[in-house]
Design a protein around this ligand. Structure first.
Ligand SMILES: C=C(O[C@H]1C=CC=C(C(=O)O)[C@@H]1O)C(=O)O
Length: 387
Protein backbone atom coordinates (compact mmCIF):
# COMPACT_ATOMS: atom_id res chain seq x y z
CA UNK A 1 0.00 0.00 0.00
CA UNK A 2 1.24 3.49 -0.73
CA UNK A 3 2.46 5.22 2.42
CA UNK A 4 0.01 8.16 2.32
CA UNK A 5 -2.94 5.78 2.12
CA UNK A 6 -1.46 3.70 4.91
CA UNK A 7 -1.31 6.67 7.30
CA UNK A 8 -4.75 7.91 6.23
CA UNK A 9 -6.21 4.52 7.10
CA UNK A 10 -4.57 4.74 10.55
CA UNK A 11 -6.08 8.18 11.09
CA UNK A 12 -9.53 6.89 10.12
CA UNK A 13 -9.13 3.98 12.50
CA UNK A 14 -8.30 6.43 15.32
CA UNK A 15 -11.38 8.50 14.45
CA UNK A 16 -13.55 5.38 14.60
CA UNK A 17 -12.08 4.46 18.00
CA UNK A 18 -11.25 0.93 16.89
CA UNK A 19 -8.08 -0.75 18.22
CA UNK A 20 -4.98 -1.04 16.06
CA UNK A 21 -1.25 -1.62 16.15
CA UNK A 22 1.08 -0.17 13.51
CA UNK A 23 4.72 -1.22 13.76
CA UNK A 24 8.03 -1.97 12.14
CA UNK A 25 10.49 -4.58 13.37
CA UNK A 26 14.19 -3.71 13.80
CA UNK A 27 16.32 -3.73 10.67
CA UNK A 28 17.57 -7.19 9.85
CA UNK A 29 21.18 -6.80 8.66
CA UNK A 30 20.91 -4.37 5.74
CA UNK A 31 17.26 -5.14 5.12
CA UNK A 32 14.64 -2.62 6.20
CA UNK A 33 11.45 -4.29 7.40
CA UNK A 34 8.01 -3.28 6.12
CA UNK A 35 5.75 -1.15 8.30
CA UNK A 36 2.67 -3.19 9.13
CA UNK A 37 -0.66 -2.56 10.77
CA UNK A 38 -3.27 -4.79 12.33
CA UNK A 39 -6.62 -3.00 12.36
CA UNK A 40 -9.41 -4.44 14.47
CA UNK A 41 -12.75 -4.23 12.70
CA UNK A 42 -14.80 -3.40 15.85
CA UNK A 43 -14.11 -2.07 19.34
CA UNK A 44 -14.50 -5.28 21.34
CA UNK A 45 -11.85 -5.79 24.06
CA UNK A 46 -9.94 -9.08 23.88
CA UNK A 47 -7.49 -10.35 26.50
CA UNK A 48 -4.69 -12.88 26.18
CA UNK A 49 -5.61 -16.04 28.04
CA UNK A 50 -3.08 -18.77 27.30
CA UNK A 51 -0.70 -17.38 24.66
CA UNK A 52 -2.07 -19.79 22.08
CA UNK A 53 -3.95 -16.89 20.47
CA UNK A 54 -2.75 -15.23 17.30
CA UNK A 55 -2.55 -11.45 16.99
CA UNK A 56 -0.80 -8.37 18.42
CA UNK A 57 -0.35 -8.30 22.20
CA UNK A 58 0.00 -5.29 24.50
CA UNK A 59 0.77 -6.35 28.08
CA UNK A 60 1.40 -4.26 31.21
CA UNK A 61 4.46 -4.22 33.50
CA UNK A 62 2.50 -5.84 36.33
CA UNK A 63 2.38 -9.51 35.39
CA UNK A 64 -0.66 -9.99 37.65
CA UNK A 65 -2.69 -8.09 35.04
CA UNK A 66 -3.71 -9.58 31.70
CA UNK A 67 -2.49 -8.29 28.38
CA UNK A 68 -4.75 -7.02 25.61
CA UNK A 69 -4.73 -8.55 22.15
CA UNK A 70 -5.91 -7.57 18.69
CA UNK A 71 -6.79 -11.05 17.41
CA UNK A 72 -5.74 -11.86 13.84
CA UNK A 73 -9.17 -13.21 13.03
CA UNK A 74 -10.84 -9.92 14.01
CA UNK A 75 -8.37 -7.70 12.19
CA UNK A 76 -7.32 -6.54 8.76
CA UNK A 77 -3.59 -6.50 7.93
CA UNK A 78 -1.88 -3.70 5.99
CA UNK A 79 1.70 -3.15 4.82
CA UNK A 80 3.72 -0.25 3.52
CA UNK A 81 7.36 0.32 2.62
CA UNK A 82 8.29 3.48 4.49
CA UNK A 83 12.01 3.92 4.83
CA UNK A 84 14.16 6.78 6.00
CA UNK A 85 17.81 6.91 6.82
CA UNK A 86 18.48 6.89 10.55
CA UNK A 87 19.47 10.46 11.23
CA UNK A 88 20.84 11.22 14.65
CA UNK A 89 22.64 14.38 13.60
CA UNK A 90 19.29 16.09 13.20
CA UNK A 91 18.04 15.17 16.64
CA UNK A 92 16.33 18.32 17.80
CA UNK A 93 17.20 20.09 21.00
CA UNK A 94 14.56 20.60 23.63
CA UNK A 95 12.26 23.42 22.56
CA UNK A 96 10.27 25.98 24.58
CA UNK A 97 7.47 23.48 25.14
CA UNK A 98 9.58 21.22 27.28
CA UNK A 99 9.16 21.32 31.06
CA UNK A 100 10.19 24.47 32.88
CA UNK A 101 13.30 24.31 35.02
CA UNK A 102 11.50 24.51 38.34
CA UNK A 103 9.46 21.39 37.59
CA UNK A 104 12.64 19.70 36.48
CA UNK A 105 14.38 20.50 39.77
CA UNK A 106 11.56 18.97 41.78
CA UNK A 107 11.49 15.86 39.61
CA UNK A 108 15.26 15.57 39.93
CA UNK A 109 15.20 15.71 43.73
CA UNK A 110 12.40 13.13 43.88
CA UNK A 111 14.17 10.78 41.49
CA UNK A 112 17.53 11.08 43.23
CA UNK A 113 15.94 10.45 46.65
CA UNK A 114 14.25 7.32 45.36
CA UNK A 115 17.47 6.05 43.80
CA UNK A 116 19.22 6.60 47.15
CA UNK A 117 16.45 4.69 48.93
CA UNK A 118 16.93 1.82 46.47
CA UNK A 119 20.71 1.84 47.00
CA UNK A 120 20.13 1.70 50.80
CA UNK A 121 17.76 -1.23 50.39
CA UNK A 122 20.33 -3.04 48.24
CA UNK A 123 23.06 -2.38 50.84
CA UNK A 124 20.77 -3.83 53.54
CA UNK A 125 20.81 -7.03 51.48
CA UNK A 126 17.08 -6.91 50.65
CA UNK A 127 17.64 -6.55 46.89
CA UNK A 128 20.42 -7.13 44.39
CA UNK A 129 19.12 -4.81 41.68
CA UNK A 130 16.01 -2.70 41.10
CA UNK A 131 14.96 -0.57 38.11
CA UNK A 132 13.67 2.86 39.11
CA UNK A 133 11.68 4.88 36.61
CA UNK A 134 9.77 8.11 36.27
CA UNK A 135 7.34 9.74 33.89
CA UNK A 136 7.39 13.27 32.53
CA UNK A 137 4.77 15.26 30.62
CA UNK A 138 5.82 17.17 27.53
CA UNK A 139 3.64 19.42 25.39
CA UNK A 140 3.47 18.71 21.67
CA UNK A 141 1.70 20.38 18.79
CA UNK A 142 2.15 17.46 16.44
CA UNK A 143 -0.61 15.07 15.48
CA UNK A 144 -0.29 11.45 16.51
CA UNK A 145 0.50 10.25 12.99
CA UNK A 146 3.17 12.93 12.54
CA UNK A 147 4.89 11.82 15.74
CA UNK A 148 4.74 8.21 14.56
CA UNK A 149 6.30 9.17 11.21
CA UNK A 150 9.12 10.93 13.09
CA UNK A 151 9.71 7.77 15.12
CA UNK A 152 9.79 5.68 11.94
CA UNK A 153 12.32 8.09 10.43
CA UNK A 154 14.63 8.12 13.41
CA UNK A 155 14.87 4.53 14.58
CA UNK A 156 15.73 1.86 12.04
CA UNK A 157 17.32 -0.48 14.52
CA UNK A 158 14.50 -0.43 17.09
CA UNK A 159 11.05 -2.00 17.18
CA UNK A 160 8.86 1.05 16.53
CA UNK A 161 5.15 1.08 17.13
CA UNK A 162 1.92 3.04 17.47
CA UNK A 163 -0.79 1.32 19.49
CA UNK A 164 -4.34 2.47 20.10
CA UNK A 165 -7.04 0.78 22.13
CA UNK A 166 -10.06 2.38 23.83
CA UNK A 167 -8.91 0.65 27.06
CA UNK A 168 -5.38 2.08 27.02
CA UNK A 169 -5.37 5.19 24.84
CA UNK A 170 -2.51 5.91 22.45
CA UNK A 171 1.00 4.60 23.07
CA UNK A 172 4.11 4.89 20.93
CA UNK A 173 7.73 3.95 21.19
CA UNK A 174 11.02 2.76 19.76
CA UNK A 175 12.38 -0.04 21.88
CA UNK A 176 15.80 -1.67 21.59
CA UNK A 177 14.92 -4.69 23.72
CA UNK A 178 13.54 -8.04 22.53
CA UNK A 179 11.61 -9.93 25.20
CA UNK A 180 11.53 -13.10 23.12
CA UNK A 181 11.10 -14.26 19.57
CA UNK A 182 10.01 -17.79 18.70
CA UNK A 183 9.99 -19.54 15.35
CA UNK A 184 8.85 -23.16 15.53
CA UNK A 185 10.89 -24.58 18.44
CA UNK A 186 13.73 -21.99 18.32
CA UNK A 187 13.67 -19.03 20.68
CA UNK A 188 15.87 -15.95 21.04
CA UNK A 189 16.04 -13.44 23.83
CA UNK A 190 18.58 -10.92 25.16
CA UNK A 191 20.00 -9.38 28.32
CA UNK A 192 20.22 -5.62 27.78
CA UNK A 193 21.46 -3.22 30.45
CA UNK A 194 24.03 -0.52 31.11
CA UNK A 195 23.72 2.79 29.29
CA UNK A 196 26.05 5.47 27.95
CA UNK A 197 25.68 8.18 25.31
CA UNK A 198 26.69 7.32 21.72
CA UNK A 199 29.48 9.53 20.31
CA UNK A 200 30.13 8.15 16.80
CA UNK A 201 31.81 4.91 17.93
CA UNK A 202 30.88 1.50 19.32
CA UNK A 203 34.41 1.08 20.62
CA UNK A 204 33.81 2.21 24.20
CA UNK A 205 34.78 1.21 27.74
CA UNK A 206 32.21 0.04 30.28
CA UNK A 207 32.55 0.64 34.02
CA UNK A 208 32.31 -2.13 36.62
CA UNK A 209 28.86 -0.89 37.69
CA UNK A 210 27.43 -1.33 34.17
CA UNK A 211 29.16 -4.68 33.63
CA UNK A 212 27.81 -6.00 36.91
CA UNK A 213 24.33 -4.62 36.25
CA UNK A 214 24.22 -6.37 32.88
CA UNK A 215 25.73 -9.62 34.17
CA UNK A 216 22.95 -9.78 36.79
CA UNK A 217 20.38 -9.62 33.96
CA UNK A 218 22.14 -12.35 31.92
CA UNK A 219 22.53 -14.69 34.91
CA UNK A 220 18.95 -14.27 35.97
CA UNK A 221 17.54 -14.92 32.47
CA UNK A 222 19.73 -18.01 32.00
CA UNK A 223 18.87 -19.36 35.51
CA UNK A 224 15.16 -18.74 34.95
CA UNK A 225 15.22 -20.58 31.61
CA UNK A 226 17.13 -23.52 33.02
CA UNK A 227 14.74 -23.85 35.97
CA UNK A 228 11.66 -23.52 33.77
CA UNK A 229 12.02 -27.05 32.32
CA UNK A 230 10.71 -25.87 28.97
CA UNK A 231 14.02 -25.62 27.16
CA UNK A 232 16.45 -28.24 25.90
CA UNK A 233 19.35 -27.60 28.35
CA UNK A 234 22.30 -28.51 26.13
CA UNK A 235 21.04 -26.33 23.25
CA UNK A 236 21.14 -23.08 25.25
CA UNK A 237 23.64 -20.61 23.79
CA UNK A 238 24.79 -17.43 25.52
CA UNK A 239 26.97 -14.91 23.63
CA UNK A 240 29.65 -12.67 25.10
CA UNK A 241 28.38 -9.26 26.18
CA UNK A 242 28.87 -6.64 23.43
CA UNK A 243 28.05 -2.99 22.79
CA UNK A 244 24.77 -2.34 20.96
CA UNK A 245 23.46 1.00 19.70
CA UNK A 246 19.94 2.23 20.41
CA UNK A 247 19.25 5.70 18.96
CA UNK A 248 21.72 8.08 20.60
CA UNK A 249 22.53 5.58 23.37
CA UNK A 250 24.69 2.50 23.80
CA UNK A 251 23.86 -0.56 25.88
CA UNK A 252 25.61 -3.77 26.86
CA UNK A 253 23.90 -6.76 25.31
CA UNK A 254 24.11 -10.54 25.51
CA UNK A 255 22.20 -12.73 23.04
CA UNK A 256 20.61 -15.87 24.41
CA UNK A 257 18.97 -18.55 22.27
CA UNK A 258 17.96 -22.16 22.37
CA UNK A 259 15.33 -24.79 21.68
CA UNK A 260 11.98 -25.23 23.36
CA UNK A 261 10.91 -28.71 24.34
CA UNK A 262 7.87 -29.90 22.43
CA UNK A 263 4.80 -28.86 24.41
CA UNK A 264 1.80 -26.70 23.73
CA UNK A 265 2.09 -24.30 26.67
CA UNK A 266 5.84 -23.62 26.24
CA UNK A 267 5.28 -20.03 25.08
CA UNK A 268 3.17 -19.11 28.09
CA UNK A 269 5.78 -20.56 30.45
CA UNK A 270 8.60 -18.90 28.54
CA UNK A 271 6.97 -15.48 28.90
CA UNK A 272 6.26 -16.18 32.56
CA UNK A 273 9.90 -17.02 33.16
CA UNK A 274 11.15 -13.87 31.38
CA UNK A 275 8.71 -11.05 32.15
CA UNK A 276 9.43 -8.71 33.85
CA UNK A 277 13.18 -9.20 33.29
CA UNK A 278 15.72 -7.64 35.66
CA UNK A 279 16.39 -5.10 32.88
CA UNK A 280 13.07 -3.46 33.82
CA UNK A 281 12.25 -4.85 37.28
CA UNK A 282 15.13 -6.28 39.31
CA UNK A 283 16.26 -9.14 41.48
CA UNK A 284 14.87 -10.97 43.35
CA UNK A 285 11.94 -10.40 40.99
CA UNK A 286 9.10 -10.30 43.53
CA UNK A 287 10.90 -8.08 46.04
CA UNK A 288 12.00 -5.69 43.28
CA UNK A 289 8.48 -5.50 41.87
CA UNK A 290 7.07 -4.78 45.35
CA UNK A 291 9.64 -2.00 45.88
CA UNK A 292 8.70 -0.47 42.51
CA UNK A 293 4.94 -0.60 43.09
CA UNK A 294 5.27 0.80 46.63
CA UNK A 295 7.80 3.53 45.95
CA UNK A 296 7.78 4.87 42.40
CA UNK A 297 4.77 7.06 43.11
CA UNK A 298 3.18 6.76 39.67
CA UNK A 299 1.64 3.95 37.64
CA UNK A 300 3.83 2.35 34.96
CA UNK A 301 0.84 0.80 33.19
CA UNK A 302 2.30 -0.47 29.90
CA UNK A 303 5.78 1.05 30.20
CA UNK A 304 8.20 -1.88 30.73
CA UNK A 305 5.43 -4.30 29.78
CA UNK A 306 5.76 -6.09 26.46
CA UNK A 307 4.18 -5.99 23.04
CA UNK A 308 4.31 -7.48 19.58
CA UNK A 309 3.28 -10.29 17.31
CA UNK A 310 1.97 -13.46 18.88
CA UNK A 311 1.74 -16.68 16.86
CA UNK A 312 1.32 -14.78 13.60
CA UNK A 313 1.07 -16.91 10.49
CA UNK A 314 4.11 -16.68 8.27
CA UNK A 315 4.71 -18.30 4.91
CA UNK A 316 7.94 -20.28 4.77
CA UNK A 317 9.62 -21.74 1.70
CA UNK A 318 8.64 -25.27 0.81
CA UNK A 319 11.33 -27.90 0.72
CA UNK A 320 11.21 -29.03 -2.90
CA UNK A 321 12.90 -32.35 -2.03
CA UNK A 322 9.91 -33.47 -0.05
CA UNK A 323 7.83 -36.06 -1.80
CA UNK A 324 4.99 -36.21 0.66
CA UNK A 325 2.34 -33.67 -0.39
CA UNK A 326 0.85 -33.40 3.10
CA UNK A 327 4.21 -32.49 4.58
CA UNK A 328 4.71 -29.87 1.89
CA UNK A 329 1.46 -28.14 2.68
CA UNK A 330 2.16 -28.26 6.43
CA UNK A 331 5.68 -26.93 6.02
CA UNK A 332 4.57 -23.87 4.08
CA UNK A 333 2.91 -22.12 7.05
CA UNK A 334 4.69 -21.40 10.31
CA UNK A 335 3.66 -19.41 13.38
CA UNK A 336 6.07 -16.80 14.63
CA UNK A 337 6.20 -14.68 17.76
CA UNK A 338 8.22 -11.45 18.18
CA UNK A 339 7.73 -9.72 21.49
CA UNK A 340 9.54 -6.60 22.67
CA UNK A 341 9.90 -4.89 26.03
CA UNK A 342 8.01 -1.60 26.04
CA UNK A 343 10.87 0.86 26.61
CA UNK A 344 11.57 4.39 25.23
CA UNK A 345 7.84 4.84 25.00
CA UNK A 346 5.18 7.46 25.60
CA UNK A 347 1.47 7.79 26.13
CA UNK A 348 -0.24 10.53 24.10
CA UNK A 349 -3.20 12.57 25.32
CA UNK A 350 -4.47 15.69 23.54
CA UNK A 351 -1.30 17.69 22.98
CA UNK A 352 0.65 16.05 25.80
CA UNK A 353 3.08 13.16 25.70
CA UNK A 354 3.86 11.31 28.90
CA UNK A 355 7.40 9.93 28.53
CA UNK A 356 8.67 6.99 30.57
CA UNK A 357 12.31 6.40 31.45
CA UNK A 358 14.16 4.30 33.97
CA UNK A 359 17.49 2.82 34.88
CA UNK A 360 18.90 -0.16 36.74
CA UNK A 361 20.07 0.53 40.29
CA UNK A 362 22.78 -1.53 41.97
CA UNK A 363 24.81 -0.96 45.16
CA UNK A 364 27.24 1.30 43.23
CA UNK A 365 24.65 3.59 41.63
CA UNK A 366 25.13 7.34 41.88
CA UNK A 367 21.75 9.14 42.16
CA UNK A 368 22.82 12.15 40.14
CA UNK A 369 24.19 10.00 37.27
CA UNK A 370 20.99 7.95 37.33
CA UNK A 371 18.98 11.14 36.91
CA UNK A 372 21.19 12.12 33.96
CA UNK A 373 20.60 8.71 32.41
CA UNK A 374 16.83 9.21 32.45
CA UNK A 375 17.32 12.71 30.97
CA UNK A 376 19.39 11.23 28.12
CA UNK A 377 16.80 8.54 27.51
CA UNK A 378 14.00 11.13 27.42
CA UNK A 379 15.99 13.44 25.16
CA UNK A 380 15.72 11.40 21.94
CA UNK A 381 12.06 10.73 22.55
CA UNK A 382 11.45 14.47 22.91
CA UNK A 383 13.05 15.07 19.55
CA UNK A 384 10.16 13.30 17.80
CA UNK A 385 7.60 15.63 19.38
CA UNK A 386 8.69 18.68 17.41
CA UNK A 387 8.68 19.32 13.64
C1 LIG B 1 14.46 0.68 31.92
C2 LIG B 1 15.00 1.20 30.82
O1 LIG B 1 16.10 0.65 30.19
C3 LIG B 1 16.60 -0.64 30.54
C4 LIG B 1 17.19 -1.20 29.31
C5 LIG B 1 18.49 -0.93 28.95
C6 LIG B 1 19.35 -0.30 29.84
C7 LIG B 1 18.95 -0.03 31.12
C8 LIG B 1 19.88 0.61 32.08
O2 LIG B 1 21.02 0.94 31.69
O3 LIG B 1 19.51 0.83 33.21
C9 LIG B 1 17.62 -0.47 31.63
O4 LIG B 1 17.80 -1.68 32.31
C10 LIG B 1 14.44 2.38 30.16
O5 LIG B 1 14.97 2.79 29.14
O6 LIG B 1 13.42 2.94 30.65
Amino acid sequence: MNKDNFFTVLEEQLDKGFPFAAYRKPMHGEKMEKTKALLQQDNVTHYVEDYKESGFVFAPFDNENRGLIIPSEAAEELFTEYTFEEDHKNVKKEGPNFPPNQLRKLARVEHENLVQKAVDKIKEGKLLKVVISRSENVQTQLKVIEIFKNILKKYNSAFVYLWFHPETGIWMGATPETLVSVERNRFETMALAGTQAFHDTLDVQWGDKEKEEQQIVTNSIVDGLQKSEIIVPDKLQVSEAYTAKAGNLLHLRTDINGNLKAGTSALKQLIKSLHPTPAVCGLPKDAAKRFILENEGYHRHFYSGFLGELNLKREIKRNSNRRNQENQAYASISRSTSLFVNLRCMKIREGTAELFTGGGITKDSNPSLEWEETVNKAHTMKSVLVK
